[in-house]
Design a binder for this molecule. Structure first.
Ligand SMILES: [Zn+2]
Length: 88
C-alpha cells in the first residue's frame, strides 16, 4: 500500500523528465513578473529581474509578495488618476 502511493508520486516527475514541465501561470505579481507551477510535479518558477525563469524559492516568494504589494498600490493610484482625468 505504502509502496504503491510512493510510486504514484514518482510518476509526475518521470513524466516531466521525459516530456518537460508543463508550467501554468498561478500568480501575476506585476506586468513582467509571474509565478508558474508545473501541473504535473508542482514545481514552482518565477521570473527574476532579468526576465529569466528561476526556481521559486521562499526568498523569491517573499520578494514577489513585496513586489505585488507595491504593484497593486501603484495600480490603485493610477486608476484614481484616470478617474479624475475623465471627470475634468
Ligand atoms: Zn514538472
Amino acid at each position: 500500500m505504502n509502496n504503491k502511493s510512493e510510486q504514484l508520486t514518482l510518476i509526475p516527475k518521470i513524466y516531466c523528465s521525459l516530456f518537460g514541465h508543463d508550467y501554468q501561470v498561478t500568480k501575476k505579481v506585476t506586468y513582467h513578473v509571474k509565478e508558474y507551477t508545473c501541473c504535473h510535479c508542482k514545481k514552482q518558477l518565477t521570473t527574476n529581474s532579468n526576465g529569466k525563469l528561476i526556481e521559486l524559492t521562499p526568498k523569491f516568494k517573499e520578494i514577489n509578495d513585496i513586489l505585488e504589494r507595491i504593484h497593486s498600490k501603484r495600480m490603485m493610484r493610477s486608476r484614481r488618476k484616470t478617474i479624475t482625468s475623465s471627470i475634468y
